[in-house]
Design a protein around this ligand. Structure first.
Ligand code: NAP
Length: 281
């Protein structure tokens, strides 16, 4: 590395140092990696968690682990509890992050859930629950962040964590597919609506990533092999590989990018079944 490159590396990604970032679902998996990555770039982070840490030993451990990693970077941090599907809790969470960090510049809508069930057996409650967290929750958080950006007359950035299932249908995960499909137009519509006010809205679409949401296959070598056999870069991704792209989209290096979803998926959205030309002689 040249001295200029070294100096740039120490500075971190352009425009992130000193910024305040709110990450929903920030204590686990991809969200935790995102919170830590922003801290590494010198940004202060508000880490949202769902369950009351004092009531859930697992969550308490995750919150502490995330906060400890963030504090290693010497930035400021705030831990904010809220169920993102609940309007009053989102309003309180964003207000708390603004008050305790002194404003918010970047929102990462990462919290997400999925329910597996054949669609003809899916209850309306389970369908609504997934939409409420993944899509309504992202809307509510985005609305509160945008209100703040507009009130302060300052630029802002929102990154929505979508999925390859924004594009690829996922049978037996109807609510999830619909929520991530909807996220594309959440991203694009907000991007168009607020581009003139300096607010950028983008998405990151992870492919199969090693996180707790995938405990069904990550620790089973046979199932894991089955998953990776469908991926052109033949392995699962890790949370850190998602975090880098989220940080890029929020940084000044992406100042001219809005309304886009970048798929970080090892080529999963390239229709891997066409690796061999089976449809013509
Ligand atoms: P994860 O480890 O299960 O993390 C999900 C996070 O969302 C957890 O921190 C969870 O909190 C939080 N959460 C759930 N419901 C919430 C609510 N109502 N309010 C606030 N927070 C809530 O899974 P992940 O893989 O990191 O998923 C993160 C995002 O990536 C999701 O949007 C997911 O759809 C997307 N994604 C993941 C993959 C993948 O292969 N892993 C692929 C494509 C897209 P608790 O831990 O307290 O429940």
């Amino acid at each position: 590395m040249t001295t200029t490159e070294l100096a740039a590396a120490r500075e971190g990604m352009r425009g992130l140092k000193g910024k305040n970032v709110l990450v929903t679902g920030g204590t686990s998996g991809i969200g935790q990696a995102i919170a830590v990555r922003f801290a590494e770039h010198g940004a202060n982070v508000a880490i949202n968690y769902l369950r009351d840490p004092s009531e859930a030993a697992e969550t308490e451990g995750q919150v502490h682990a995330c906060v400890a990693k963030v504090r290693q970077e010497g930035v400021r941090d705030v831990v904010v509890g809220a169920d993102v599907s609940k309007e009053d809790e989102v309003e309180r969470m964003v207000a708390q992050a603004i008050e305790e960090l002194g404003g918010v510049d970047v929102l990462v809508n990462n919290a997400g859930i999925q329910v597996s069930c054949p669609s003809h057996e899916l209850s309306s409650e389970d369908f609504d629950k997934v939409l409420a967290v993944n899509l309504r929750g992202s809307f509510l958080c985005a609305r509160e962040a945008i209100r703040h950006f507009l009130a302060e007359e300052k630029p802002g950035s929102i990154v929505n964590i979508s999925s390859v299932h924004q594009l690829i249908p996922k049978p037996s995960y109807l609510g999830y597919s619909v929520s991530k499909g909807g996220m594309m137009n959440l991203t694009r519509t907000l991007a168009l609506e607020y581009a003139g006010q300096g607010i950028r809205v983008n998405g990151v679409g992870p492919g199969a990533t090693v996180t707790p949401i995938n405990r069904a296959w990550i620790d089973d070598p046979v199932k894991r092999e089955q998953v990776t056999s469908h991926i052109p870069i033949p392995r699962a991704g890790d949370s850190d590989e998602m975090a880098g792209v989220v940080a890029f989209l929020a940084s000044d290096d992406a100042a001219y990018i809005t309304g886009q979803t970048i798929f970080v998926d090892g080529g999963l959205t390239l229709f891997a079944d066409f690796r061999e030309p089976w449809s013509s002689e």
